[in-house]
Structures are given as C-alpha cells and as structure tokens.
Design a protein around this ligand. Structure first.
Ligand SMILES: Cc1cc2nc3c(=O)[nH]c(=O)nc-3n(C[C@H](O)[C@H](O)[C@H](O)COP(=O)(O)OP(=O)(O)OC[C@H]3O[C@@H](n4cnc5c(N)ncnc54)[C@H](O)[C@@H]3O)c2cc1C
Length: 381
C-alpha cells in the first residue's frame, strides 16, 4: 500500500477546492504587489492548513507529516511562490521551536504558526556567507538577561511579513571549529534595533517576499535563545533535512503542473494539420517529461515515508533536493518550448512557472552542495 489512504485523498480534494475558491482568484494581484496579504496566512490557518503536524496542545492538528506533503504538493501546483512561503512558515521554521524550544517558548509561539497570526521566517544567510554557514559574522553578545544582536541577513523568505524570525548568530566568534560558535534566537517583529531594511527584487516567485534584515544593537530577552548556546549549527544541520525535503516537494508540485499544462497545450495546438503533441519530437519530449515527473513522485513518496518513520535520510534528501529541483527546471525549459511563442507570454501559466522554479536549485542548499553531501556520504559508507 502506498503512503496515502482514502482519508488523505479526501483531504487533498478539499484543500484543492479551497485553493481554487479562496486563493487562485488573488494570484495575479499578489504577483503584481509582490507580497501576499496577512489574511492569506490566517485564512489557511482557520482551515487547519498551516503546520498541521504541530501538537494539539499548541494549537495544531497533530497529524502525520504526509499532510504537509499534500498541502505543499497542491499549493505548489497552483503556484511555486506560495509553496515556498508555506513550506518556510509551516514546515521549516516552527520545527526549531517545536524540537529545541522550552515549554514556555512552545506555548508562546507555536499557536501562532497554526493560526497564521504569527508568520515565521529563518535568517541564516548573510551577504558574505550562504553555503558556508559557519562563516556567518552576525554576533549575539550576552548582557545580563539579554542578548545584543548585530549583523545583516539576506535573501530571507517571509522576511517582511514575519512576526517571528529564527536568527543564527555567533555567541562565540572565536570558536574552533567555527560552527561551535553558532546559536539560534527568536527575534520578534517590532524589537528595537531589528530593521526589515529591504524587500529584494527577484527574478521570480514574485508574490513571495524575500528580505534583507539588519540587526543594530538589537536587544532580545535571553529567554529567546533556542536550545543551548553553541548548538545552533547542529540544530540547523538536523532541521535542514526536513527543509530540503519540503523544497523538493515544492519542486515536484511545480513539475506536475508544468507537465499538465504542457500536455493540454500539446493536445490543443495544431500545426501542419495535426496536434503539435503528435509531432514525434514533441511526443518523445512529453514522454521524457512524464517519466521524469513520475520518477520524482515515487522517489519523494518513498523518502517521505522514510522521514516519517525516523530513518536517517540525509543522503536521500540531498538526492531529492538536487535531482527534483534540477528536473523541474529541465521540464520547465521543454514545457515552455512546446508552448512556442505563447509560452513566453505572461497569460500562460508556464511563463510564471519557468521563472519561479529557477529559485529551487539555490534555496535551502544549492545543487552543488547537495552533490557534495551525497558524494562525501558515499565515500564514508
Ligand atoms: C529565493 C531565495 C530564498 C531564500 N530564502 C532563504 C531564507 O529564508 N533564509 C536563509 O537563511 N537563506 C535563504 N536563501 C539563501 C540561500 O539559502 C543561499 O542563497 C544558498 O544557500 C546559497 O548561498 P549563496 O547565495 O551565498 O551562494 P554561495 O555560497 O556564494 O555559492 C555560489 C556558488 O558557488 C557554489 N558553491 C559554494 N560552495 C561550494 C562548494 N563547496 N563546492 C562547489 N560549489 C560550491 C554554489 O553552489 C553556487 O553555485 C534564499 C535564497 C533565495 C535565492
């Protein structure tokens, strides 16, 4: 039996109807405004579509992670930008609080993740440190019962909308090896010295806000430290597995939609007296695209089952993140080509998907970094 039961299928259909009715009509407006409104989160939250894995006592639905998989798949089929927003808000950031937070932190912050009243972001990357996270230079200095944070973060998804941001900073900048000096903190919106300095202009995923954040003598309560000092890098490496898994899910959703759009177009468009899908080159291209999409889907379903059962998935997650995010770009290139000139026009969804999926080989660890992890694990085993 596969991972999904009839109950999951009913949930999927209900969520799909919700997206069509409540979200789809606003896509264009949000794309133009380059931001989703706060009600997007609360509307999703009201229906139980945000972070459904969170325990009931903290406001969640406490269901299996496969429900996150369904939500990400369907929302990314609608729009990859929204898929990215939701995976960060629901499945990436609150996991730090849920896994390493104190009881008080969980009670304070997790209910807002489920209701959508508190949008979540995570700030690791800095202008001079992305793949090499140990090299971050933001600092958090303990002063009495506070920490004072200084530094700049960039490319932060949900940065503008966020009510809380999990921030990586060095509590011991001289630590050797350097990763031992990294700690994680929660910084709440409105904290003096926390400046949402710039909404960045991106190639795609326009509805998704990506920000630069500045910390200038930003004083936070010492109680906002997540887990223990010096363990931040370890926590990130643990949680990056789920982060990469959900990014692969977003990519897979995008690929499934691109295939569907392309097949439909290839059936309806005529050239030389036949549907263009019947021209042998296009027919073979469609066959290749469908095969790759199916391989991605089955690999991901298997990986999700392993992740849920608590297996060590580091190598497989890296494979999925690398292969599926490259695959969706490949599919988008050929899907757009099959659409001909219309594929380059904004009125066709393929144009937006083509732009949007480009981000996926970079976010949450680049393709090259994924290959490093896979290769090193192969040599180690
Ligand atoms: C749309 C978007 C959203 C993002 N959201 C977030 C977010 O919410 N929070 C956050 O903290 N960050 C976020 N990021 C940042 C993202 O995680 C980084 O961009 C990514 O990790 C790469 O880091 P970098 O941009 O500094 O590139 P670099 O690390 O400078 O890499 C540049 C190039 O060199 C390659 N490279 C680097 N090291 C190696 C190596 N050892 N071997 C081979 N090749 C290598 C890379 O693959 C890449 O091709 C986001 C980025 C984007 C584009």
């Amino acid at each position: 039996m596969g991972l999904y039961t009839e109950e999951h299928n009913i949930f999927r259909r209900t969520f799909k109807r919700f997206l069509e009715k409540e979200i789809q009509p606003h896509l264009e407006e949000w794309e133009e405004k380059r931001l989703v409104p706060a009600w997007f989160f609360t509307k999703m939250g009201e229906q139980g579509y945000l972070a459904p894995w969170i325990e009931e006592k903290y406001g969640g639905a406490e269901v299996g992670f496969e429900y996150s998989g369904i939500i990400l798949n369907e929302i990314s089929k609608l729009d990859v930008g929204l898929g990215t927003i939701i995976c960060v808000h629901s499945d990436i950031v609150p996991a730090y609080v849920a896994s390493y937070g104190t009881e008080e932190q969980k009670e304070k912050w997790l209910p807002g993740a489920s209701s959508g009243e508190l949008v979540y972001a995570v700030a690791m990357t800095e202008p001079n440190a992305g793949s090499d996270l140990q090299a971050i230079t933001s600092t958090a200095v303990k002063k009495g019962d506070t920490y004072v944070i200084n530094g700049t973060k960039t490319f932060i998804t949900n940065g503008m909308n966020a009510g809380i941001t999990v921030v990586a900073a060095k509590t011991d900048p001289k630590a050797i090896p350097p990763f031992k000096g990294v700690s994680l903190f929660v910084v709440e919106d409105g904290t003096p010295g926390f400046i949402k300095s710039r909404k960045l202009d991106k190639v795609g995923i326009h509805n998704n806000d990506t920000a630069e954040l500045v910390f200038e003598d930003c004083v936070i309560p010492a109680a906002n430290l997540i887990g223990e000092e010096g363990k931040g890098f370890f926590y990130m490496m643990q949680k990056l597995q789920q982060e990469r898994l959900v990014c692969a899910m977003v990519a897979q959703g995008g690929a499934e939609r691109i295939l569907e759009e392309t097949v439909n177009y290839a059936k309806s468009r005529k050239a030389f007296g036949v549907s263009i899908g019947n021209l042998q080159h296009n027919l073979f291209k469609l066959a290749e695209m469908a095969t790759e999409v199916e391989l991605g889907r089955t690999f991901l379903e298997d990986l999700l089952a392993d992740h849920i059962s608590g297996k060590d998935v580091v190598t497989k997650v890296s494979m999925a993140k690398y292969w599926i995010s490259e695959m969706v770009n490949h599919i988008a290139y050929h899907g757009l080509q099959i659409h001909g000139g219309y594929g380059y026009m904004e009125e066709y969804p393929i144009a937006r998907f083509f732009r949007d999926v480009r981000s996926l080989t970079i976010v949450a660890g680049t393709t090259e970094v994924m290959k490093l992890i896979i290769g090193r694990n192969l040599l180690r085993d």
